[in-house]
Design a binder for this molecule. Structure first.
Ligand code: FES
Length: 109
């Protein structure tokens, strides 16, 4: 998965109530080494920060699965739901839980 960390995502100024380092650390602790967690520069949807993108596995991608973008990931419960979904297989493999559908955002045009 890709965790945006730039001008808005990960910003204590913009989201002072969120421990962004802990959020990233929790994701890495929960998912690696089975799933790579990388950070990126601004993904151009700052109004939705914190933004995270879950990529399908190579096999799922060959079957047509596409990355799923999530926005406003500011709550530990959403992070936990993302981890569970990724562990279950993620895009193209595991159905997206209804609670996570609420956090899906459109990628930039
Ligand atoms: S900093 Fe994450 S979308 Fe801009």
């Amino acid at each position: 998965m890709t965790v945006c960390r730039d001008c808005c995502c990960g910003s204590r100024t913009k989201h002072p109530a969120v421990d962004h380092d802990a959020q990233l650390g929790d994701l890495r602790a929960a998912l690696e080494p089975d799933h790579r967690v990388r950070t990126s520069l601004c993904l151009d949807v700052c109004s939705q920060s914190n933004v995270m993108v879950v990529q399908p596995s190579p096999a799922a991608r060959r079957q047509g699965a596409r990355p799923v973008w999530f926005g406003l990931v500011l709550d530990d419960a959403v992070v936990d739901d993302l981890v569970a979904w990724i562990r279950a297989g993620g895009p193209g493999v595991a159905g997206l839980p209804a609670v996570l559908e609420l956090s899906v955002v459109a990628p930039p045009a």
